[in-house]
Design a protein around this ligand. Structure first.
Ligand code: FES
Length: 88
């Protein structure tokens, strides 16, 4: 996992065990902590602060204390480039 910041938007880019890339907002929905500092297990990232886990494919929260999902971003591969589609 690697953290990138676009404007004021932190993004966690993930190269998962399935060989695919995923991108989620690098901000835990509980207390704004960097998920890129957490642990990745398959398609699940665990927040290092209080242990909420999120599905990196959907952004869905899997256990408390967080109750809201995190934003996910579409990925496009172009030759050797990984492009994260950020809108807004
Ligand atoms: S800050 Fe992530 S679970 Fe509390």
């Amino acid at each position: 996992m690697a953290r990138f910041v676009v404007g004021d938007l932190p993004i966690c880019l993930i190269h998962a065990d399935d060989g695919r890339f995923y991108a989620i907002e690098d901000r835990c929905s509980h207390e704004d902590y960097a998920l890129s500092e957490g642990e990745l297990d398959g398609h699940t990232v665990e927040c290092p602060r209080h242990g909420s886990r999120f599905d990196i494919r959907s952004g869905d929260v899997l256990n408390p204390p967080a109750v809201s999902p995190v934003v996910t971003f579409a990925i496009e591969l172009n030759d050797d480039a990984v492009i994260v589609e950020v809108t807004g």
